[in-house]
Design a protein around this ligand. Structure first.
Ligand code: HEC
Length: 121
């Protein structure tokens, strides 16, 4: 009641129950991927391509090529374009030897952006 029905979201059972399903989804399925695969190169002290992903405020400041994420609009978000390897000038993300994200991780980030890109610490 009062909260959106996100029961269609397929979480992996690590729900942390903050009371907001979008926060729970971020903490269980999105934040671990960003921490493990992105933030090492995009953070305070190492802002590759001018991008700092250590907070939503910083993400929304954009990077060398401009806006990185548009909450609600994954298909208009550069973050999705580079994760899929579809940007004409920018390498596929994450860079490095570990390879691209899995389809499941990519879909988790897409869905999170579509649902408003809610952030929590
Ligand atoms: C090993 C370091 C490394 C990792 C890990 C990494 N990046 Fe990057 N990122 C870079 C570098 C270097 C560039 C510049 C590449 C280029 O211009 O082709 C870049 C560029 C970008 C850009 C373009 C910014 C701009 O405006 O030019 C975005 C968006 C981005 N990364 C997002 C991500 C995301 C999302 C992840 C995790 C899924 C990630 N990166 C993981 C090093 C990294």
């Amino acid at each position: 009641m009062g909260t959106p029905d996100l029961s269609f979201i397929d979480d992996d059972g690590e729900q942390q129950n903050t009371g907001d399903p979008r926060v729970d989804y971020f903490l269980a399925n999105v934040r671990p991927v960003l921490v493990d695969r992105c933030i090492g190169c995009h953070r305070d002290g190492r802002e590759e391509a001018g991008l700092n992903m250590s907070s939503m405020t910083k993400i929304l400041e954009g990077a060398d090529h401009g806006s990185v994420l548009k909450p609600g609009y994954p298909e208009a978000s550069m973050m999705m374009t580079v994760i899929r390897g579809n940007h004409p000038e920018i390498d596929r993300m994450p860079k490095g030897k570990r390879g691209p994200l899995t389809d499941e991780q990519t879909e988790a980030i897409r869905l999170w952006i579509e649902q408003g890109a809610v952030w929590a610490e």
